[in-house]
Design a protein around this ligand. Structure first.
Ligand code: SF4
Length: 337
């Protein structure tokens, strides 16, 4: 049995959704060093600056390491033993629930909780206290994405995997500054692009020019909130130019006959007026995507949050549409918060 207070231990980076594997060196219960875990499949030993600086972050003097309780609401918090703190919280929860009902208690979880921790917290809230009021920032940030997954793919999990990066020959990045937000994934994409610059193309749809756009063959600086018009127009081009796999559509998708009249309304010229892009660059992006052997779509919160909340209302609002009609599997990563 490994000693958890000494030696190198495997764990995961707590920061972003890339979920890089870490090795942390612990001496007498204190984290001294952090490095990448070469065996971990999402990162292969790579990490970014945020994880490199984890060790000193864990040792900051203002870190809360012990439970504290206020004797009165206006009193300074005082350190108490764990047993006291747990009993104190349990008594208060029981009291509130008895007087006001279980729905008077609400839980708010962190996106940094692990699956097992979510399970235990949900059991406590729903199974024992009987309150349905359990929310987390991960639900807030993923709600629109999950609704989109369920509606377009029939399941709320992203269909892509990190291994797809090494196989892809076209990356379509929309609503994401991957270089800054998910540097380890970005390094894999960049490495793939630089290893075969003529074979691999990168399309970045983002109103801003970011470091992610530095390696783009095509940068589409669309107007904020016009993503759906761009996507519908790209699908329009794929459809009109026969770049869709009709067998795949017939065998594995639903709603194509309802979608077709929607994308029929989005020729590149119309999408150009909505997005502020040229019709030519929309056509070029669609052709690159449709002509690829293995295209991969990646996005992060810039896309679902923005396009759902800021689609211009003065223009006809397109219906949400399936995005799996390309002949390629387009698979986003687990989006990061
Ligand atoms: S990319 Fe950086 S912040 Fe994100 S999981 Fe990996 S090491 Fe952590």
């Amino acid at each position: 049995m490994p000693d958890p207070t000494n030696g190198w231990q495997k764990t995961l980076c707590p920061y972003c959704g890339v979920g890089c594997g870490l090795l942390v060196q612990i001496e007498d219960g204190v984290v001294r060093r952090v490095k990448g875990d070469a065996d971990h499949p999402s990162s292969w030993g790579d990490i970014c600056a945020k994880a490199v600086h984890l060790a000193p972050t864990l040792r900051t003097p203002d870190r809360l390491l012990h439970p504290q309780v206020r004797a009165r609401r206006d009193a300074e918090p005082a350190r108490v033993p764990w047993e006291f703190a747990v009993r104190f919280v349990a008594d208060r929860l029981r009291e509130i629930s008895a007087v006001h009902g279980p729905d008077a208690v609400a839980f708010y979880g962190s996106g940094q909780l692990l699956t097992e921790e979510y399970y235990v917290a949900s059991k406590l809230a729903k199974g024992f206290l009987g309150t349905n009021n359990f929310d987390t920032n991960s639900r807030l940030c993923m709600a629109s994405a999950v609704a989109g997954y369920a509606r377009s793919l029939g399941s709320d999990g992203p269909p892509g995997s990190y291994e797809d990066i090494e196989s892809a020959d076209c990356f379509f990045l929309i609503g994401t500054n991957t270089a800054d937000c998910h540097p380890v994934t970005w390094k894999r994409i960049r490495k793939r692009k630089l290893a075969a610059p003529d074979e691999v193309s990168v399309i970045v749809a983002d109103p801003r020019w970011t470091e992610t756009a530095d390696i783009a063959d095509l940068h589409l600086p669309l107007r904020p909130g016009s993503d759906i018009a761009l996507l519908n127009a790209m699908l329009h081009v794929l459809w009109k130019e026969g770049l869709l796999d009709q067998d795949f559509i017939a065998g594995h998708t639903g709603g194509w006959s309802e979608l077709r009249p929607v994308i029929a309304r989005y020729p590149p010229d119309r999408a150009a007026a909505i997005t502020g892009l040229s019709a030519e660059i929309i056509v070029a992006a669609a052709r690159r995507f449709g002509g690829a052997r293995a295209a991969m779509t990646l996005w992060s919160m810039g896309r679902p949050s923005w396009s759902s909340s800021r689609t211009p209302t003065t223009r006809p609002r397109p219906r949400a549409s399936p995005t799996c009609c390309s002949r390629r599997r387009s698979g986003p990563r687990r989006t990061a918060s």
